[in-house]
Design a protein around this ligand. Structure first.
Ligand SMILES: CC(C)(COP(=O)(O)OP(=O)(O)OC[C@H]1O[C@@H](n2cnc3c(N)ncnc32)[C@H](O)[C@@H]1OP(=O)(O)O)[C@@H](O)C(=O)NCCC(=O)NCCS
Length: 376
């Protein structure tokens, strides 16, 4: 085989039953359930159960799954000390990456070598439970605030909002974040999932795989795009400046964050859910100019380049409207995607093969003698 696919575009590297991304139709489903129906009918916890256990839970299964998740929220004291001592101006994605890596130091279940899937299933759940606590605690620590003990009476979305603000969140905010989590939970062989699978396929441990994934998600061409969107909207400032901004980006081949997708050639099916929430939230806040600017950018990019909005385009406005600081947008993506990353890594271990693609070598065609250092 010598086919060359830059960026592995179009290359199928594994089998997965977890999420189906239909790029030409603009459809996304998890284990045979469409994303729209899941958003309509299920909580993020139910979706996580679906991804981790392969089925939607009944009431009893959901209750014991939630108990396990909520019972796993406490993070080790050593990690708390790190969060308190980390530079206050550190990028929260860097802090999350390091803290998740540290979790592995405290977890004797984190084994390298022959995979113990039963132990891994528990590790996977701990990671889903502890990632939001890390993000919220760092956010509080960097403001010099106390770190309230974790609680067992709140859903994942409610608990994160509670820890972040120290206040009981509104039902509307919880619902909004819960939907955002569901929409972001899994997405085929995206770059960060690929990183996680590559790492675990060497039979490294779960925490190493998640550390790889977080580092990959951080980039502005992947999860980091949601932060880029709000920065872009603030830079443009007013609706009547959008056209000139887009013209300038296109003329100078600058990427517009939140637009375009490697797989979706039509509208990203996750975008309309976030768009709907963004319209409602910005109207409530009396700040509808952000959504008007977004809509104008999306229209221009569709007309001029045939490119559509992706998941990050409207999630940025949703998080902004919830009062979440910009640099926590990508960590929130990581919180949600932890459900998918861990499920994908569990699945990888069921039938694993080392990932080892080839390089098309374009260096010198012939060997040269190595000259002594004084003659180079
Ligand atoms: C997601 C993304 C990396 C996909 O990249 P890709 O499949 O490698 O596509 P390319 O970067 O090769 O783009 C193909 C063409 O569309 C253009 N394009 C793609 N996304 C663009 C964007 N966001 N703004 C402006 N032009 C864009 C490219 O300039 C290129 O144009 P050309 O053929 O005239 O040179 C890319 O669309 C992007 O950078 N988007 C912005 C970041 C983002 O929102 N990421 C989150 C993804 S969920």
């Amino acid at each position: 085989m010598s086919d060359y696919a830059k960026g592995l575009e179009g290359v199928i590297a594994n089998e997965s039953a977890l999420s189906k991304v239909e790029g030409l139709e603009g459809r996304l489903s998890y284990l045979g359930y469409g994303i729209d129906a899941l958003v309509e009918n299920c909580s993020f916890e139910e979706v996580t159960h679906l991804l981790h256990r392969g089925k939607l839970p009944n009431a009893a299964e959901l209750s014991s799954f939630e108990d396990e998740l909520r019972g796993d929220r406490k993070i080790p004291e050593g990690v708390i000390e790190f969060l308190k001592g980390a530079p206050k101006d550190a990028n929260p994605m860097d802090v999350l990456r390091t803290a998740v890596s540290m979790l592995g130091l405290y977890d004797p279940r984190a084994k390298v070598g022959e995979p113990d899937q039963e132990a891994n299933r528990h590790v996977a759940l701990s990671l889903v439970a502890q990632t939001p606590v890390i993000v919220a605690y760092f956010h509080r620590a960097r403001q010099g605030l106390d770190l309230p003990p974790v609680r067992g009476d709140l859903s994942e979305a409610a608990h994160f909002l509670y820890l972040m603000t120290g206040e009981e969140p509104s039902a509307a905010a919880v619902k909004t974040l819960d939907i955002a989590y569901t929409i972001h939970a899994d997405h085929g062989m995206n770059a960060s999932t690929f990183s996680a699978r590559v790492t675990i396929a060497t039979l490294s441990d779960f925490y190493s795989a998640m550390t790889s994934a977080i580092g990959t998600l951080k980039g502005p061409l992947h999860g980091g795009a949601n932060e880029g969107v709000i920065k872009m909207l603030k830079k443009i400032g007013e609706l009547d400046r959008v056209d000139a901004f887009v013209e300038d980006c296109l003329a100078n081949k600058k990427k517009i964050m939140g637009i375009g997708h490697r797989v979706y050639k039509v509208l990203d099916p996750r975008a309309p859910h976030l768009q709907k929430m963004a319209i409602k939230l910005t109207e409530e806040l009396g700040e509808s100019k952000w959504i008007s600017m977004s809509e104008r950018i999306a229209t221009l990019m569709r007309e001029k380049k045939g490119l559509n909005a992706n998941v990050d385009f409207y999630s940025a406005t949703v998080y902004y409207s919830l009062g979440i600081p910009t640099d926590l947008f990508t960590p929130i993506f990581a919180i949600a995607r932890m459900a998918g990353w861990t499920a994908q890594v569990l699945e990888q271990l069921e039938d694993s093969r080392l990932y080892r693609p080839l390089t098309k070598y374009v260096g010198p065609a012939t060997l040269s003698p190595v000259p002594p250092i004084g003659e180079r």
